[in-house]
Design a protein around this ligand. Sequence first.
Ligand SMILES: C[S@@+](CC[C@H](N)C(=O)[O-])C[C@H]1O[C@@H](n2cnc3c(N)ncnc32)[C@H](O)[C@@H]1O
Length: 211
Amino acid sequence: MPSVDRMDPRALEVARACKGFLDEEEGMRLHDLARECAPIGPIVEIGSYCGKSSVYVGAGTKAGGGTLLCVDHHRGNEEQQPGELYHDPDLFDPEQGAMDSLRIIRRTLRDAGLEDTALLLVSSSTAAARLVTVPLGMVFIDGGHSFEAAQTDYERWAGKVAHGGILAIHDLFPNPDEGGQAPITIYRQAIASELFDELPTTKTLGVLRRR
Ligand SMILES: C[S@@+](CC[C@H](N)C(=O)[O-])C[C@H]1O[C@@H](n2cnc3c(N)ncnc32)[C@H](O)[C@@H]1O
């Protein structure tokens, strides 16, 4: 069965139409991992933006009977600010003088039928990590892409993954000419920690299982 047939069709349609930075094959892998890990513990996503990845992860979480926490301050990361490469003027609120993707993700999750599964935590990754003390079924890191931001996400969240749970990291580029090196740096740290076993990657999505 093609993997897309395993995802709720309404959610899949919403995910496909949503603005964002996730390939469908990566999204389906996240969907399947979330469904598998939901019985282990809550799922956390760092960096939700307009909700594209949240819908794939959320639909899998729902199918597995779990809950997803979508952590994002919704002010955009470094390369999404005005004048930068990935800036989207539709997401800039001139009254606040700031990026604001919150109103979009609210609609995305409603359209996908995920409001009771994917809970929004409008917060920095660091502040959210102080609140979450239960062992997690899966952590998906796709937040800030600076070395400092990625390192913070790794240090605050990787240790919260339950035994048997998954740490997934987006945007791994082994060739520095193809993309930033912060995500792959924390991915390599996780392997070096010997706390995780490497599973096959899907495109730029790294997947590690906690021992
Ligand atoms: C690359 S986008 C996420 C893309 C999303 N996963 C998708 O599928 O389209 C990164 C997101 O991380 C958020 N972000 C960056 N640094 C953050 C931090 N320190 N705490 C919380 N959110 C952060 C930004 O606001 C932005 O929405």
